[in-house]
Design a protein around this ligand. Structure first.
Ligand SMILES: C[S@@+](CC[C@H](N)C(=O)[O-])C[C@H]1O[C@@H](n2cnc3c(N)ncnc32)[C@H](O)[C@@H]1O
Length: 209
């Protein structure tokens, strides 16, 4: 089995530049936990591999995952990102602007994921990234299946939730909701999935064409 040292090595396979470092500092200042460098690199890779032009994200934070995604998307691709906290989105805008991304490349919507997702376009996204309220992951999945185009990807962060998901003694609402989603994507005929042990775990599901 892979050791902790190898996982740490994989985590830093791709380095982060000063813009991602600044976004992490902003996250620290407001108490947001951003995606890890390894999981961010995986998001960017996935967006690039499918030639993503339209990505939706729930849980903008200060823009660490958003910047990784935007850098993997096609030139001119648009990230639509939703967050409850206007202050987090102000900091994410600072992240994207200082990384010289044109304002038309990101659409930041302030609101709750479950209020905004029903208003987004069916089949309108190549990739949907979910990193908001863990208890809502099951409902995010239902919405994401509608939003993503056939062949597109649905990605959940924190799929291992601080080692709690793998521990059957842990039954708090967040852990239980994440476990349910993992089970659901594995048994849903419309989806093919893989759980990547990068960062806090990335659950990736493809909507079969
Ligand atoms: C883990 S942080 C996101 C980090 C970000 N994806 C990154 O890697 O840089 C979670 C974010 O989700 C937001 N959030 C929490 N509950 C939410 C909800 N129900 N709808 C939308 N956003 C929510 C929080 O305000 C916070 O900014």
């Amino acid at each position: 089995m892979t050791t902790a040292a190898s996982l740490a090595f994989a985590e830093h396979h791709q380095s982060e530049d000063e813009h991602l470092a600044a976004a992490r500092r902003r996250a620290d200042e407001v108490g947001v936990v951003p995606i890890s460098p390894g999981a961010g690199a995986a998001l960017s890779f996935l967006a690039s591999a499918i030639g993503a032009k339209a990505v939706a994200e729930i849980g903008t934070g200060t823009g660490v995952s958003g910047l990784w995604l935007l850098r993997g998307m096609q030139a001119g691709g648009v990230l639509t990102s939703v967050d409850l906290e206007a202050e987090h989105q102000r900091l994410a805008r600072e992240t994207f602007t200082s990384a010289e991304l044109a304002p038309q490349r990101f659409r930041l919507i302030a609101g709750a994921g479950l209020d905004v997702m029903p208003r987004l376009t069916d089949d309108g996204y190549d990739l949907v990234f979910l990193d908001g309220d863990k208890v809502e992951y099951g409902e995010y999945l239902e919405q994401a299946v509608r939003l993503v185009r056939p062949g597109g990807l649905i990605v959940f962060d924190n799929a291992l939730w601080h080692d709690r998901v793998a521990d059957p003694a842990q039954r708090d609402p967040e852990t239980a909701a994440i476990r349910d989603v993992i089970k659901h994507v594995a048994t849903d005929d419309r989806l093919r999935s893989v759980l990547l042990p990068l960062g806090d775990g990335l659950l990736v599901a493809q909507l079969l064409p």
